[in-house]
Design a protein around this ligand. Structure first.
Ligand code: SF4
Length: 217
């Protein structure tokens, strides 16, 4: 078990920082949503359930699964293609309380010498092509994330799979239930790594309204 982050810490984070990259994400095709796993901090399921008017059990059943790591079970957005919180025009429908690691992406982390180091993920085209937006994430998201002060072992657990691109079609076949909160082992997740997910590039801006897209983070 991980020590929970308090609801006040989540509230303070969302007052301080809200990521919004949707026009650019549309041009990328939402690739991190399709390829990566969205992890929740300990206590975040409870915070979101209360904010969105669900019981915690209901919220987990409907929106989350778990990954079993050597440090404990990490709540993750449902391990299926598609994010239940994303609208057809690429907007997060729960942006005031958006999952923290989704909100700060392309900020990622590594744990070294008992410390968490945050940096920008070059897999994301924002980092490679949009320096002014990258700078905002570096200057605002990282300090806000630090202030949440999530437990070190939770970062260690998430680090074991966070940088991987996964094949959700393979993961779906390994789920231990069609409905409800499914738990997968880390080895099951590692079996579903996608070998063919190169870093995405940006398309020309669209003149049409946002198209429906399957997103997961
Ligand atoms: S990889 Fe970057 S640009 Fe693409 S959807 Fe994710 S955050 Fe947006």
């Amino acid at each position: 078990m991980f020590e929970s982050v308090s609801p006040d810490s989540f509230r303070a984070f969302h007052r301080e920082f809200q990521g919004d990259t949707w026009d650019i994400c549309e041009r990328c095709g939402g690739m991190c949503e399709i390829n990566k796993i969205g992890s929740l901090m300990p206590g975040e399921a409870e915070y979101l359930a209360e904010s969105l008017g669900h019981s915690v059990e209901e919220f987990r059943e409907q929106y989350l699964d778990g990954i079993i790591t050597p440090y404990g079970v990490v709540d993750v957005l449902k391990l299926k293609p598609g994010c239940p919180f994303l609208s057809a025009d690429y907007r997060c429908t729960i942006k005031d309380v958006k999952v923290v690691l989704c909100d700060v992406y392309p900020v990622v982390f590594e744990v070294e010498d008992e410390k968490v180091h945050f940096f920008l993920d070059e897999w994301c085209p924002i980092v490679r092509h949009v320096p002014e937006l990258s700078a905002i994430f570096e200057q605002k998201a990282i300090p806000a994330l630090r202030r949440i002060d999530a437990p070190l072992n939770w970062y260690r657990a998430v680090e074991m799979y966070d940088e991987l691109c996964v094949d959700y079609n393979k993961i779906v076949q390994k789920r231990n239930s069609e409905a409800g909160y499914a738990t997968l082992t880390l080895d099951q997740i590692l079996d579903c790594v996608a070998d063919n997910a190169p870093p995405p590039e940006l398309r020309e801006p669209s003149t049409k309204p946002g198209l429906p897209i399957i997103l997961n983070r």
